[in-house]
Design a protein around this ligand. Structure first.
Ligand code: PMP
Length: 331
């Protein structure tokens, strides 16, 4: 534990060792005991600090980057913020290719954290030279001593959670955990954490959360990518329209899909009833936990850990804004 033990040399030493908090009223009608791992306690306010730091430090060890080098990624979300924060402390240049769908707030936030932001059209094919994937790849190729984080296809994403999130939960629960419920995006969190926990106790069930409109659940069940599953949805960071290699599908027991509306209300419920100001996918995780409970997954002896990936402040113009909720037809 580095947290709160004397002076911390720099902000990056506060990555990880996040608290595990007992949930009370929101889960009082479910069978078993429930706990939330609050990833918003990372200095960049999300679980992405763990992978960003691990991938960058790995590149440093391999000599791929050193002071003055460039970090490149395609993201407007939490990973971008973590990379920008780490780049400031370590003296790197941070270049992020984001889609023009990203809100101005997010773009301003990344710029205020010192990142160079390239805004790319969302409505072009992934292999179009103007797409944010291609722009990031080109910048990486053209920039000597740069590292392309590529979180969806980087095995170090899984490894970061295998080395940190998994052991933390095992220790914090004194090995009593029976179920882990995690939102699956890149799949790094669920795969790395789940793999570590199953190695300690193979009976632990790893329950994933996916979005209606994403291909992950169907792929887990059939082994096939079914693009008929794809449709637009609002929750950011959950689900995907491709199969990320940062997901180890063998570690996952089952997927449950959740709706935008129920997840938004579940987030608000966490805030109102537990005082935990959480992000949209935390609500998605609670909603999936309700569904798993209704389907009889838990008993009175269950010890269930939910990972809450980020902080509510990033969603002030979305789920915590009544006008936005009305515009979606949720209120
Ligand atoms: N919630 C949020 C808010 C996220 O940004 C992400 C990352 N895409 C996730 C959940 C899912 O985590 P992972 O990518 O590790 O599956």
């Amino acid at each position: 534990m580095t947290r709160n033990q004397g002076i911390t040399d720099n902000i990056l030493q506060l990555v990880g060792e996040t608290p595990l908090v007992r949930l009370h009223s929101i889960t009082k009608d479910f069978k078993g005991k429930y706990f939330a791992k609050l990833e918003a306690f990372n200095p960049g306010h999300s679980a992405k600090d763990r992978i960003a730091l691990h991938i960058i430090e790995n590149a440093e060890k391999k000599g791929i980057i050193k002071k003055g080098s460039t970090i490149v990624e395609t993201t407007s979300g939490n990973t971008g913020f973590s990379l920008a924060m780490i780049s400031i402390v370590k003296g790197y240049k941070c270049i992020l290719a984001v889609s023009d769908k990203s809100s101005q707030d997010k773009i301003d936030m990344l710029k205020s954290m010192g990142a160079e932001v390239h805004i790319c059209p969302a409505n072009v094919a992934a292999d179009d030279p103007r797409s944010y994937y291609e722009v990031a790849k080109r910048i990486h190729k053209e920039t000597k001593k740069s590292v392309y984080i590529n979180q969806y296809f980087n095995e170090l994403n899984i490894d970061a959670h295998y080395r940190t999130t998994g052991p933390e939960i095992w220790k914090q629960t004194e090995g009593k955990i029976t179920h882990l419920v995690v939102a699956s995006g890149t799949g790094g969190t669920i795969s790395g954490t789940g793999k570590y926990l199953k190695e300690q106790n193979p009976n632990i069930k790893i329950l994933a959360v996916d979005a209606f409109g994403s291909v992950l659940k169907k792929y887990h069940e059939t082994g096939k990518l079914d693009m008929n599953e794809v449709s637009p949805y609002k929750i950011e960071g959950l689900g995907k329209n491709l199969i990320p290699t940062a997901t180890d599908f063998d570690v996952i027991d089952i997927y449950e899909k959740v709706t935008d509306k129920e997840s938004a209300f579940a987030s608000r419920e966490i805030v109102k009833k537990e005082g935990i100001f959480c992000g949209y996918t935390s609500g998605a995780v609670l909603q999936a936990t309700k569904q798993y409970n209704n389907q009889g997954y838990f008993t009175k002896n269950s010890f269930v850990v939910l990972i809450f990936p980020d902080h509510g402040s990033r969603y002030m113009n979305k789920i915590y804004n009544d006008s936005w909720m009305k515009a979606q037809g949720f209120l």
